[in-house]
Ligand binder design. Structure first.
Ligand code: GTP
Ligand code: OAA
Ligand code: MN
Length: 613
């Protein structure tokens, strides 16, 4: 016990707590006792609070206020050059049993990991403010709201969480009233300050731990201030922990965009797309169709929760409220919908370049390259410079409500019926522009064996082909084989004839000259049109050993300047390429051992046999 004069860290953490939810108060007190912050602030989620934090971060040099005439109410942040992406090799799933984490995850025994984390977090918030952020992923008025509380010592995280999720007083009140379960999520940049020590603009620690305890449903993140490592509602909760909740409760947490596509007759199709990080989800979610009469609206760009509805349909919602989008390549010509949302302001940019008039710029934003910039590292930059002005994984963090083409159904907790699922990745070779799976099980095989070249979204080598089941490889909270079995089980709850159709897509295949065979971006609406017309039984296709691909005539190419050679390069199923691919797929499936569902192996054998014919 402390004497009367000095309250303990625990006492100070809850003395002004705006809740009487005892379990929550106890947990916050316990974390304060461990991390020893100077102050504790319970986040209310108000605009005044956001502006106050922004002013503090501008003062500290963490944020640069942008020119209000260009990007109203917006800021740029520049991270430590060693803290620019998710760190997959420091990400752990600490289930009780190692086999439950599966071969795709790093694992340590929970007791051992708790010991490591206790040591790391002890005193880690000294000299800093500890923020308590009540949040909900998905809708607050959902049947079963998915609450969380993030404790963090980063005001940048608080500001970003306010864009990305529903946070603050309303959430805290409802959670407290219901005494509801919440996911406890603790984040520290791991850079305590000694008394009088000067802070740096982007505090972080060379050692990083991104840890999930699936049975406890808890998250501990140490050492990084960046994106998916630190905004714990996003990948850590809404994918890794949610995938485990989904397994136990009977739903699916997926790394997918949601798009509503309406044809000229007014019929709407809801399409999700699972593509690995930096492989085109945000761009497809915000597509500006180039074909006449077709309308696209978005519901989400990164995470989708899927549930079999009472009506035998699969229904989907987006649990987030903002974009944490890849900046480079997002431009007025490639993605005007994203640009318009960004230009409304209220955004935080991380690791982009600054223009001389107080705006931001990144590669691909405009066709014209500015003559002078300050690059993401703070150095002078000109078009002659030999490094990019913006980091390849620089990001814009922008409220989804600022999107002109936001679908009304985004706001509906019941979500929308799912009509088609696209699985995609970056493949220079082998994988055609679009292939319709023969049926649902064949579609699951396509998802289970999905592959892509690695990108700058995660630390490590770029451009290496790896298998990425359902684009969830870095986001699975449990064994990959059990996850595939869960997909099969959940889809069994829907009426077979109401199940979505599954397509494999690849916008990134190269032509014989090494360029992109397909122009991509808005032109992908031509592929979406083909998908919609397949769903209606209207579009023609060629049957190949891997499924149905478009006949050149069935793709609407009106007004598109694409050569026959490029089209052939984009669409072909090449037997030699697939002979190599089959070997890689076989090696991949071997790695699952006994946990691979038998039906997936059977469908793979059937595919292989079709090539042998
Ligand atoms: N060539 C080509 N590039 C594309 C296409 N769609 C997206 N890209 C580029 O791919 C990169 C990543 O695209 P995003 O849409 O941000 O990818 P994402 O899947 O949302 O990435 P995360 O947010 O990291 O999960 C950007 O540089 C885009 O410009 C396309 O159709 N063709
Ligand atoms: O999580 C992040 O840092 C950014 C992101 O969306 C991804 O990598 O998929
Ligand atoms: Mn994205």
């Amino acid at each position: 016990m402390a004497d009367n004069a000095t309250p303990t860290f625990a006492e100070r953490a809850v003395q002004d707590a705006p809740t009487d939810y005892a379990q929550l108060r106890d947990w916050v007190a316990e974390i304060a006792e461990l991390t020893q912050p100077d102050e504790v602030h319970w986040v209310d989620g108000s605009e005044e609070e956001y502006d106050r934090l922004a002013a503090e971060l501008v003062e500290a040099g963490t944020l640069t206020k942008l020119n209000d005439d260009l990007f109203p109410h917006s800021f740029a942040a520049f991270s430590d050059p060693a803290d620019v992406a998710r760190v997959e090799d420091r990400t752990f799933i600490c289930s009780e049993k190692e086999e439950d984490a599966g071969f795709t995850n790093n694992w340590k025994a929970p007791a051992e990991m708790h010991g490591i984390l206790d040591d790391a977090f002890r005193g880690s918030m000294r000299g800093r403010t500890m923020y308590v952020i009540p949040f909900v992923m998905g809708h607050l008025d959902a049947e079963d709201p998915k609450y969380g509380v993030e404790i963090t010592d980063s005001a940048y995280v608080v500001m970003s969480m306010r864009i990305m999720a529903r946070i603050g007083t309303d959430v805290l009140e409802k959670m407290s009233r219901e005494q509801a379960f919440y996911v406890p999520a603790v984040h520290s940049v791991g850079a305590p300050l000694a008394p009088g020590e000067q802070d740096v603009p982007w505090p972080c620690n060379a050692t990083k731990w991104i840890v999930h305890f699936p049975e406890e449903r808890s998250i501990w993140s140490y050492g990084s201030g960046y994106g998916g490592n630190a905004l714990l509602g996003k990948k850590c909760y809404a994918l890794r922990i949610a995938s485990v909740m989904a397994r136990d409760e009977g739903w699916l947490a997926e790394h997918m965009l949601i798009l509503k596509l309406t044809n000229p007759e007014g019929r709407a199709f809801h399409i999700t797309g699972a593509f690995p990080s930096a492989c085109g989800k945000t761009n497809l979610a915000l597509i500006d169709p180039t074909i006449e009469g077709w309308k696209a609206e978005t519901l989400g760009d990164d995470i989708t929760w899927i549930r079999a509805g009472h009506d035998g349909e699969l229904r989907v919602i987006n649990p987030e409220t903002g974009y944490f989008g890849v900046a480079p390549g997002t431009g007025w010509s490639t993605n005007p919908n994203a640009m318009r949302a960004i230009a409304r302001g209220n955004s935080i940019f991380t690791n982009v370049a600054l223009t001389d008039d107080g705006g931001v710029w990144w590669e691909g934003m405009t066709d014209e390259v500015p003559a002078h910039l300050t690059d993401w590292r703070g150095n002078d930059w000109t078009p002659e410079s030999d490094t990019p002005a913006a980091h390849p994984n620089s990001r814009f963090c922008t409220p989804i409500e600022q999107t002109d083409m936001l679908a009304d159904e985004y706001r509906d907790p019941a979500g929308v019926k799912l009509d088609a699922i696209l699985f995609g990745g970056r493949r220079k070779t082998t994988v055609p522009l679009v292939t319709e799976a023969f049926d649902w099980e064949d579609g699951i095989l396509k998802g289970a064996t999905l592959s892509s070249e690695t990108t700058a979204a995660a630390a490590g080598a770029v451009g290496v082909v790896r298998r990425d089941p359902m684009a969830m490889l870095p986001f699975l909270g449990y064994d990959a084989g059990d996850y595939l079995a869960h997909w099969i089980e959940e889809s069994g709850k829907a009426d077979a004839e109401k199940l979505p159709r599954i397509y494999l897509v690849n916008w990134f295949r190269r032509n014989r000259d090494g360029g992109f065979a397909w122009p991509g971006f808005g032109e992908n609406s031509r592929v979406l049109k083909w998908v919609a017309e397949r769903l209606e039984g209207k579009a023609d296709a060629v049957e190949t050993p891997i499924g149905f691909t478009p006949t050149p005539e069935s793709l609407d190419l009106t007004g598109l300047d694409v050569s026959d050679a490029d089209l052939d390069d984009a669409l072909k199923v090449d037997r030699e390429e697939w002979a190599k691919e089959s070997e890689l797929i076989e090696e991949w499936l071997e790695r699952f051992g006994d946990s691979l569902p038998a039906s997936i192996r059977e469908r793979y054998e059937a595919q292989k046999a079709r090539f042998a014919l």
